[in-house]
Design a protein around this ligand. Structure first.
Ligand code: ZN
Length: 388
């Protein structure tokens, strides 16, 4: 199994597919799935890319395998896209790991997940291992906002009762929780005036931004936030405004994000930013008493979830990890995953590690031994259906 699993991994890593441009990855996966024994009519692409309308290339790739056992349907998922840093990656094996040859990311996030699913299904079909009905879901555009998993329709998945998402690091880690994240944008309106002749007639959008952000910081809501039991983060990512140094700045757009494991606390952080910007706009006036204005908009990226350890998918993952001799560690992470969207819709999904480390950096690598372990863990997940 390892030799084939390694081949699937190296071939999938070599294909380019940044978020929104997964056509080549989808084509290769489809070819591989047929090669390993999936029937053509089990495989289809959905129309998520058309519904999203972002100019994305292809939809999610879905496989609905019938079962040989009369058991509830389960689902395996992994995302097909990578971050832009992985463009042009050339995977090579160096000792016990796979790394990228040049100065790029590797894309083990999440091609290692895609490859592990193909390898486990190959084993099941080639060895005629009895199995429940299985859905495979390869999502698009995870890295730029969990788009594919957000747009997938559950009827297209054949209504699985639980899911196993492949998108982590150490295969002994079982991700049962992830955080909420939201973005905000403040469009500040000031008033322009000659900076030398009559600055007092102007209203500086830059000054409004400065007052707003220092107020956020004074309240303890900038960067790392800790308020009693509640914690989270906030960040200002972008500030663009003004036209010339001799003109009072009449407009500025400031944008940022915030995160927490508590969705209510995310709302609270956003609320502090909103209040501080609106207050600052009122406090910056010109000589006639006119003040600035702020339009503050927010957008939720994903919502936190936390599965109980007694949840059947968590139990099944724990048993499968133990079956390969590892010590399972259920944990929550400080990021978002496709599993956020699944769990938000009431579809319980745990996320398992693929042996990939240092995601989104040029030092990204895959430990082959751990990648082989996750392939075996998936086989145990498939075979444990009748036992639990
Ligand atoms: Zn990922």
């Amino acid at each position: 199994m390892n030799k084939r699993a390694q081949m699937h991994l190296m071939e999938l890593l070599a294909v380019e597919g940044v978020a929104g441009h997964e056509a080549a990855v989808s084509d290769l996966l489809r070819k591989k799935l047929v090669e390993v024994g999936c029937k053509e009519d089990w495989i289809f692409s959905d129309d998520a890319h058309l519904r999203l309308g972002n100019g994305f290339e292809v939809g999610n790739l879905i496989v609905q395998m019938p079962g040989t056992l009369n058991l509830p349907r389960i689902c395996f998922s992994a995302h097909m896209d990578t971050v832009p840093l992985c463009k042009g990656a050339v995977p090579i094996i160096q000792g016990d790991r796979v790394v990228s040859r040049g100065d790029t990311g590797l894309g083990g996030d999440d091609r290692a997940g895609c490859a592990a699913i193909v390898s486990a299904i190959e084993e099941v079909l080639k060895k005629s291992i009895p199995h429940p009905p299985i859905t495979l879901l390869f999502t698009i555009a995870e890295e730029n906002g969990l788009h594919g998993s957000g747009a997938v329709q559950f009827s297209d998945l054949g209504h699985p009762v639980m899911g196993f998402n492949l998108d982590g690091q150490d295969p002994s880690e079982i991700i049962i929780g992830a955080m909420s994240a939201a973005r905000w944008e403040a469009k500040i309106k000031g008033k322009s005036s000659h900076a030398g002749l009559e600055p007092q007639k102007g209203i500086s959008a830059g000054l409004i931004a400065a007052k707003a952000l220092s107020a956020v910081e004074e309240k303890g809501f900038f960067g790392q936030i800790k308020k009693g039991q509640k914690c989270g983060t906030s960040n200002v990512g972008k500030m663009c405004g003004g036209e010339a140094s001799n003109q009072v700045m009449d407009q500025m757009v400031v944008s940022g994000e915030c995160r927490s494991h508590d969705p209510v606390f995310v709302e609270k952080i956003i609320d502090v930013y909103r209040t501080c910007f609106l207050d600052a706009a009122k406090r910056v006036t010109n000589d006639t008493g006119e003040c600035g204005d702020v339009e503050f908009v927010t957008q939720s990226d994903y919502r936190a979830f936390r599965l109980s350890e007694s949840e059947p998918c968590v139990q099944r993952a724990i048993k499968a990890v133990e079956a390969v001799g590892l010590n399972p560690v259920p944990m929550a992470i400080d990021a978002g995953l496709d599993a956020n969207n699944f769990n938000e819709k009431g579809f319980p999904v745990v996320t398992l590690g693929t042996g990939t480390y240092r995601f989104h950096t040029t030092d990204e690598y895959i430990l082959l031994n751990e990648y082989f372990q996750i392939c075996k863990i998936l086989l145990h997940v498939i075979q444990s259906g009748g036992v639990l």
